[in-house]
Design a protein around this ligand. Structure first.
Ligand SMILES: Cc1ncc(COP(=O)(O)O)c(C=O)c1O
Length: 438
């Protein structure tokens, strides 16, 4: 077969496949032929520096031969066994995750991704507590399937009727203009919602410990500890969604570790296999697992505990350990924080920057006095569109969303590559700088 050109890939993909979350007439995909380390290439050889690890998931970098080999080896021996079987990759990955996850989160149910992990987390919480309601935050994304999109608070949840039983609360962050509440203010408000909803009706509170697509929201110290205390006091299970923040992204294996909190349930996906193949998991504390000793577990999937995916997960974790990628994310993250601070100092359009490890965001404003965002909530603007076009033209790949863009490179990125990306960003920001009022 002759390889396709980029134009052919785009035309045929647009003709016969649907692109997510978009009006199909407006999508403009980048054709991708190959990838290695922190870069990927179009069929014509245009190179992109991947400053978003694709969808914040290729944490170890692209095409690591150690993971590719482990997957090929597994495929040659046992590509699949049904979920009622015990297999070596399943056994080893469960045990490895028990070692890595905080506290006594020792038992895991494997899924195909983050949405299904959250679906199963809700089922588990409802079965275990006998309660129905799930609390979630507005500035959140928990997936696109029925219950996961109902928990999702961001505008992606507007596109379909949410299932009953999901209640949303405000975040400690209110956007670039209004900024942050203190942990105490936010917790007081959360407790009031819990009282008004009836604590005995709430099964769980799900939250991203560091919020991902809704703006890398690193919570004020005390917030997550306070949520833990409130949940414990009211018999509500605390579910942390580590789908994006897990597996080294923040400079710890899991973001929640920064605050030394042990949740009751933890969901994960993405970085677990560095997205070399789809895999998610929901992990529960031993006491919750014990509940299912004499009661049936309320979930199942044909691809549960898939051998190839579990082998990829084990190999990914081995690479992270071998290369010290969690520690490296912490160290490179310090440099990234400095580079972000420099951007903020040098560009009037930068309203605020946030980062933890290699999880970063830059929010743009158009007015230094009012701090009005460069694009409205859930909208865009000519300046943000032009910024995205500049990045693309100059070979920097990242997500531009509303008034912000991300800096989420693979954890394996070198200092030189990181600086290369920030040099492109620095040049890109001179155009939006011009739009800033006095
Ligand atoms: C925090 C979070 N939870 C859940 C999901 C859904 O995961 P998936 O797309 O693998 O179903 C995502 C995906 O971006 C996410 O960022």
């Amino acid at each position: 077969m002759t390889p396709m050109t980029g134009d052919e890939m785009v035309a045929l993909s647009k003709k016969h496949t649907l692109f997510e979350w978009s009006a199909q007439g407006s999508v403009d995909p980048i054709p991708v032929a190959r990838a290695a380390g922190a870069y990927f290439w179009t069929p014509e050889g245009k190179r992109f520096l991947d400053f978003n690890s694709q969808l914040m998931c290729v944490n170890i970098g692209h095409a690591d031969p150690r993971v590719v080999k482990a997957m090929a080896d597994q495929l040659a021996v046992l590509p699949y066994a049904n979920p009622f079987m015990a297999t070596e990759p399943r056994a080893r990955l469960g045990a490895k995750l028990a070692e890595l996850a905080p506290g006594d989160i020792d038992v895991f149910f494997f899924t195909n991704g983050g949405s299904e992990a959250n679906e199963n987390a809700f089922k588990i919480a409802r079965a275990y507590t006998g309660r129905q309601k799930i609390l979630a935050r507005y500035r959140s994304y928990h997936g696109a399937t029925a219950a996961a999109i109902s928990a999702t608070g961001d505008p992606r949840g507007w596109s379909q009727a949410r299932l009953p039983g999901f209640v949303h609360v405000l975040d400690p962050y209110h956007g670039v203009q209004r900024g942050w509440d203190t942990a105490d203010q936010s917790l007081e408000y959360l407790e009031e919602v819990i009282q008004l909803e009836g604590p005995s009706t709430i099964a769980a509170f799900i939250l991203e410990p560091v919020t991902g697509t809704n703006g890398i929201l690193v919570p004020p110290d005390g917030y997550l500890q306070g949520v833990r205390e409130l949940c414990t006091r009211h018999g509500i299970l605390m579910i942390v969604d580590e789908v994006m923040s897990g597996f080294g992204r923040t400079g710890e294996w899991f973001a929640i570790n920064h605050w030394n909190v042990v949740p009751d349930i933890m969901t994960m996906a993405k970085g677990m296999t560095s997205a070399y193949i789809q895999l998610g998991a929901v992990g529960v504390r031993q006491g919750i697992a014990d509940y299912f000793r004499d009661k049936p577990f309320p979930g199942g999937l044909t691809y549960n505990s898939h051998t190839l995916a579990c082998a990829a997960g084990l190999a990914t974790i081995a690479v992270m350990e071998e290369d010290g990628l969690v520690e490296r994310a912490k160290q490179t993250g310090r440099l990234m924080a400095d580079l972000l601070t420099e951007l903020a100092a040098n560009h009037p359009c930068v309203g605020t920057v946030r980062s933890i490890g290699l999880f970063g965001v830059v929010e743009l404003i158009r007015d230094r006095a009012t701090r009005a965002p460069m694009a409205p909530f859930n909208g865009t603007s000519p300046e943000m569109t032009a910024l995205g076009a500049f990045f693309r033209e100059h070979g920097l790949y990242t997500f531009v969303r509303w008034n912000y863009f991300f800096t989420n490179p693979p954890l394996s990125i070198t200092e030189a590559e990181l600086r290369e990306g920030f040099a492109i960003i620095d040049r890109a920001l001179s155009a939006p700088d011009q739009a800033v009022g006095a």
